[in-house]
Design a protein around this ligand. Structure first.
Ligand code: HEM
Length: 310
């Protein structure tokens, strides 16, 4: 039973990360209104198979009449690809919900011994339902920037809950717990704080770009966001140096190395994005790597929490 719960939690984590990527793909391909209604798509349970299935008056679904048209067609023809991208995103969300339900089912059976894991998993499942509803408002608000931000931030909370739930079971009978010293714990907590602030400011940079502000006019958010990124990298570098030079008995050495590499790549991508006209594919990877980085920090924080010396 424990193995099944662990397996399904791992599948839930993988699916949720895939969903964050697919959601980002919907955004950067501008397919968020590919299906203008929710949960149906042009009032059907499947997306249009060809242009005959698009209602004549489809423009009425949109505030901006030029939305979702095949380029150059002046809105006479609807771009069906976008409907399929958005619809597959919804289908994948539903499958992820089912996978998480199975994980919580096994956690429920284990709840007497693994109460914390069960409550964390169940909270992730409830939040996934809430996330589906917010997805509806993302569509009905015609992709309001702050709705997209809330949608992303909740996805990050869900992934964190799943990771902690999984590790709490996996490490419940570990032979050798990590031993962190005070300064290492202090640095990791600061990395967490800077990363969260950096992510929130990153979403503000994105909202400003969506509101068609030129990068030069975005001002402080942009600079604070990139400085925070550099600060996060520096702290991770200091931590890496410390665990290599101080005698340290921690199990998360590889994760810290990964974090260092991810932050280097993330900052390189950030500057590349700014200097190369914000290519959509880089926006997508930049957002997704941030979620992976956060997952690794949560992994390390859980290890700290479960280690005996705290
Ligand atoms: C640890 C380092 C960093 C992290 C974790 C991070 C994270 C993020 C996140 C989460 C977003 C919001 C994405 C979204 O809402 O879809 C974002 C947006 C952005 N970031 Fe970063 N970032 C980092 C460093 C940088 C750096 C150094 C720059 C360079 C100036 C940069 C430039 C941008 C830009 C231009 C956007 C808006 C992109 C868009 O419209 O999707 N970032 N960042």
């Amino acid at each position: 039973m424990i193995d099944k719960a662990k397996y399904w939690l791992l599948v839930s984590i993988t699916f949720t990360y895939a969903l964050i990527f697919i959601g980002g793909f919907v955004r950067v391909t501008d397919s968020g209104l590919g299906c203008p209604d929710w949960p149906k798509c042009f009032d059907k349970w499947y997306p249009p198979l060809n242009s005959d299935e698009i209602p004549e008056n489809f423009q009425n679904h949109y505030k901006n009449y030029n939305y979702n048209c095949v380029e150059g067609e002046n809105c006479k023809e609807f771009d069906i690809k976008k409907a399929w991208i958005e619809y597959l995103n919804r289908l994948f969300s539903a499958v992820t919900g089912i996978v998480m339900f199975i994980a919580v089912f096994y956690l429920f059976k284990l709840r007497s011994n693994y109460k914390t894991s069960f409550y964390l998993g169940a909270s992730a499942l409830v939040l996934t339902g809430v996330e589906g509803l917010i997805g509806k408002y993302v569509v009905t608000s015609h992709l309001d920037g702050s709705m997209i931000t809330i949608h992303l931030l909740i996805a990050l909370v869900i992934i964190s809950l799943l990771i902690i739930s999984y590790l709490t079971i996996k490490w419940s009978n570990l032979d050798k717990y990590s031993e962190y010293n005070f300064s290492q714990i202090y640095i990791i907590k600061w990395i967490f704080a800077l990363l969260i602030t950096g992510i929130v400011l990153g979403t503000q940079v994105r909202e400003n770009i969506e509101n068609l502000l030129p990068l030069s006019a975005i001002g402080p958010f942009k600079y604070i966001h990139s400085f925070l990124g550099i600060g996060t990298l520096m702290l991770t570098g200091i931590l890496w140096n410390k665990i290599n030079h101080e005698e340290s008995k921690i199990n998360t050495r590889n994760q810290i190395k990964w974090l260092l590499n991810i932050f280097i790549l993330q900052i390189a991508l950030g500057y590349f994005m700014v200097f190369s006209g914000l290519p959509p594919s880089i926006k997508l990877i930049h957002m997704w790597l941030a979620s992976i980085g956060l997952g690794i920090v949560i992994y390390i924080l859980t290890d700290i929490k479960l280690s005996k010396n705290v």
